[in-house]
Every structure is written in structure tokens, then in C-alpha cells.
Design a protein around this ligand. Structure first.
Ligand code: C2O
Ligand code: CU
Length: 438
């Protein structure tokens, strides 16, 4: 009875064949004991916004800001966000990327709610139970909506905070070929006393991967996609590749001499960490382009995982390729799943408690950052190489051309969930499917 088509709308009534009524799967209305309520209203509209350099861009923005207002909470708080649409003709929703909240709060048009049309509003409510670095963005017309600015950051900190800390949230976004990191186009400078704990929260809000290198300091990758790694070791002179939609938390102690976080090996771009008391000019960062890429499959130390990924109740193979598929009723080349474009891709049916295994195969010549809503997956292997480091739980993983990834998760969050390529033009072409709880 409900239309499965995302772009045209469709509703929260649940998928055909599913007994789940997504509209009822809402978050609690109160914080956990000792928590507070974090209330925001985000108003989406078209705006002309000045980038840090003063260059004006035609944006779609929340509250006229690029990025939208930063949402922060402490573990156990209740986050309540009223979304208003003040003139985005395509409609708008809020999807909480990487946050495993009740399905009715997920902001997926065609699966969990109708898009909010001009003049309308929708209230999202969820407990901040997951600590870490996340982001939010529109899921209606997500391409072009995210590219034009309908996104912001979501950071949840633990209740017990270690005293003085330099904690920087650094979303990377490209506006019409201008790359902005945090709120700077070139190099931002942050100072703290030598030895101060520093946390850099890197968030890739673009549709393509970005590369980071930290010159002048040793660091650890403390968390990936908001989830802590087990005993991550100290590394230096490595580069990190961050998939579209993904997040890394880097931690380090403020060094005695300036260090630079370099973006995409462009030494003019990034963030300078300068110890207080340092005088004189900051040293120019070195050329980082030859630094080896840190392979997170072999980083950190093993730890117990809650299920055996080799012994799954359900096994799905997802083949990603560019193929001829029906697009708007006509055959055309499109980004597809198993040779079909959404909504013609069959739903994946699971039952609560199932261990679900995916084999994700990229047969195309482009990278596909595969993203799941409502669930983090454990990476089992890439091209037959098993992970040997910390268990790696992610919500987005980059499947490069020719690669085969094995991942697994336990179905523990009932509802109807989108699963798609986070290169958003690919998603728009149909590289998407639904995971449906029976
Ligand atoms: Cu960040 Cu379905 O998306
Ligand atoms: Cu893709």
C-alpha cells in the first residue's frame, strides 16, 4: 500500500510484506537519569552564504549556516530537534548518519517518514546513548541537498570528561570546488599547552574520499565512525583515507613544536596545532603524498566480538556495478545493485536477532562507499584478507574497484532501513536497497 519510491515520497506505514509499523518506532521522550534535554530548531531554506574567504555561494542551509548548527550532547541526554522547511521545494528530512536510533527517527523518506515540504515541520527525538562523532544531513534530495549545505555535525561526549582538552570537530566539505575544513578554507590555527590531550574529529561530508596526514606529531586513531578501537597503537608519518560519510577521531598530546593536519596532501590546507609559547613562524609541513596508508584492518589489538560472522543466519551478496537499468521508465546506464536500480532492488528480509552477513562486490571502475542505516557492521575481510587488528565497526566502508568485502552485523534494530552508496549521485541513480525486519 505504501509507495517504495524514495524521491516521490512514500510513507512511514511500513514496507509491503512487513508487519512493522515504522511510525510507531519512535525514541523515548525523556533523558536518562541525570541527563538534560538538548532542544534545537533547524530551519532549512535557500540562502546566499559567505564562505570563510568571503566568496558567496548559493546554498541550501540550516539556519543560514554552512555547516548547519553543531549539535552536541552528553551521553544520556535527550536530543530534540524540530526541523522546519522554509522553502526547500524538493522537501527535506534529517538523517542521523551513523546513529543507531529507533527507526521512526531515521529521516529516510519513503521508509520512515514523508519528506517535510515547505511550511511543514517534523520533530526528531532520541537519546544520546552512543558516544562519538556523527553527522546529520537531509535524506530527501540528498543529492543535491547535502552538496549545497543541508548537513551539520553531531558529537556526543561521555559523562566523565577528562579535564582540559582541545577537542576539534572538523567536517570537510566541498562547496563548488572550494574545500572547507571545520570553518576554514586554508589553514586554521589552534593553540594549547604542550602535553594537552587533543582530539581531532574528522568527518567526510563529501561524496568522495579525502586523505589526511598529521605532520609533526605521533597520534592514535581512537575511533572509526564513532566507535572506539581496541588499544590503537601510536603511529606517525602515515596517511589516512576517509570514505565519504565516514569519521575518524585522532588523539594525541599537543607536541612541543607545531604540528599540521594536512588535507589531501595539499600543504596549504589543513589545521595547525601550535603549542602556546611557540614564537616565530610555523614550519612548512613536509610533502605527505608518499606516506603509506594506514590499513585499519591490521591496526589495534583483537578483542571479543558478540557473534561469529562466519556462521550467519542470513547471507546476502550485493553486487555494485554500472549497468543498463530502467531509470524513469527508460533503459539507461545507471549505478546499480545486482543489475537493478532502487526501488526495483529486492528488499533484504531479516528477523530480529539474526546474524546477517554481506558479501559486497564492486564490479565497476569507481569506488562505492557502502552505508547502512541503523546498524554498524563488523568488517570480516577485504579481498580474502581477514582483519587482524581491533574489531572494526563501521557504518560506511569504501569498496574500491574490483574489491570484495565480507561484513556482518546482528539484526537488533527493528524497522525499515536504507542501505546505499554514499556517493550521493550514485544513490540517486538507484544504488540503494532496503533492509526490512519481518
Ligand atoms: Cu548519510 Cu542514507 O545516509
Ligand atoms: Cu557508488
Amino acid at each position: 500500500r505504501s509507495s517504495p519510491a524514495v524521491v516521490t515520497g512514500g510513507g512511514p506505514e511500513g514496507a509491503a510484506g512487513s508487519t512493522v509499523s515504522v511510525a510507531d518506532l519512535r525514541g523515548p521522550a525523556t533523558p536518562a537519569e541525570g541527563g538534560t534535554v538538548r532542544r534545537h530548531t533547524l530551519t532549512a531554506r535557500t540562502s546566499t552564504v559567505d564562505l570563510p574567504s568571503g566568496r558567496a555561494v548559493e546554498a541550501w542551509a540550516f539556519d543560514g549556516q554552512l555547516p548547519g548548527p553543531a549539535i552536541t550532547a552528553t551521553e544520556g541526554d535527550l536530543v530534540e530537534v524540530t526541523l522546519r522547511n522554509a522553502g526547500i521545494e524538493d522537501g527535506v528530512t534529517l538523517h542521523w548518519h551513523g546513529y543507531d536510533l529507533p527507526c521512526g527517527e531515521d529521516g529516510a523518506p519513503g521508509a520512515t517518514q514523508h519528506p517535510v515540504t515547505p511550511g511543514g515541520e517534523f520533530v526528531y527525538r532520541f537519546r544520546a546513548d552512543q558516544v562519538g562523532t556523527y553527522w546529520y544531513h537531509t535524506h530527501q534530495a540528498s543529492h543535491p541537498g547535502v552538496r549545497k549545505g543541508l548537513y551539520g555535525t553531531l558529537v556526543v561526549r561521555p559523562r566523565e570528561q577528562a579535564g582540559e582538552e582541545l577537542d576539534l570537530t572538523l567536517p570537510v566539505h566541498t562547496f563548488d570546488s572550494t574545500v572547507v575544513i571545520g570553518d576554514q578554507e586554508g589553514r586554521a590555527v589552534h593553540t594549547a599547552r604542550p602535553g594537552t590531550p587533543v582530539r581531532l574529529r574528522l568527518i567526510n561530508t563529501d561524496s568522495v574520499p579525502h586523505r589526511f596526514a598529521l605532520a609533526g606529531a605521533a597520534f592514535r586513531v581512537a575511533a572509526v565512525d564513532g566507535r572506539d578501537l581496541n588499544r590503537p597503537g601510536e603511529v606517525r608519518e602515515v596517511s589516512l583515507r576517509l570514505p565519504a560519510g565516514g569519521r575518524y577521531d585522532l588523539v594525541l598530546a599537543m607536541p612541543d613544536t607545531p604540528a599540521t593536519l594536512v588535507l589531501d596532501h595539499d600543504t596549504g590546507r589543513g589545521v595547525v596545532l601550535r603549542p602556546t609559547g611557540h614564537t616565530g613562524t610555523d614550519p612548512a609541513p613536509p610533502d605527505t603524498s608518499g606516506w603509506p596508508e594506514l590499513d585499519l584492518l591490521h591496526y589495534g589489538e583483537p578483542a571479543a566480538v558478540p557473534f561469529d560472522g562466519g556462521d550467519a543466519d542470513r547471507h546476502f551478496t550485493i553486487v555494485l556495478d554500472r549497468a543498463v537499468a530502467m531509470v524513469n521508465g527508460r533503459p539507461a546506464f545507471a549505478q546499480t545493485v545486482d543489475g537493478r536500480g532502487f526501488p526495483s532492488v529486492p528488499d533484504q528480509l531479516v528477523a530480529e536477532g539474526d546474524v546477517v552477513r554481506y558479501t559486497v562486490v564492486n564490479r565497476s571502475l569507481e569506488t562505492h562507499p557502502w552505508h547502512l542505516h541503523g546498524h554498524a557492521v563488523l568488517i570480516l575481510s577485504r579481498d580474502g584478507t581477514r582483519y587482524s587488528g581491533s574489531p572494526l565497526w563501521v557504518d560506511t566502508f569504501d569498496v574500491r574497484p574490483g574489491e570484495v568485502w565480507e561484513v556482518a552485523f546482528q539484526a537488533g534494530n527493528p524497522g525499515v532501513w536504507m542501505n546505499h552508496c554514499h556517493n550521493l549521485p550514485h544513490q540517486e541513480q538507484g544504488m540503494m536497497l532496503r533492509l526490512v525486519y519481518d
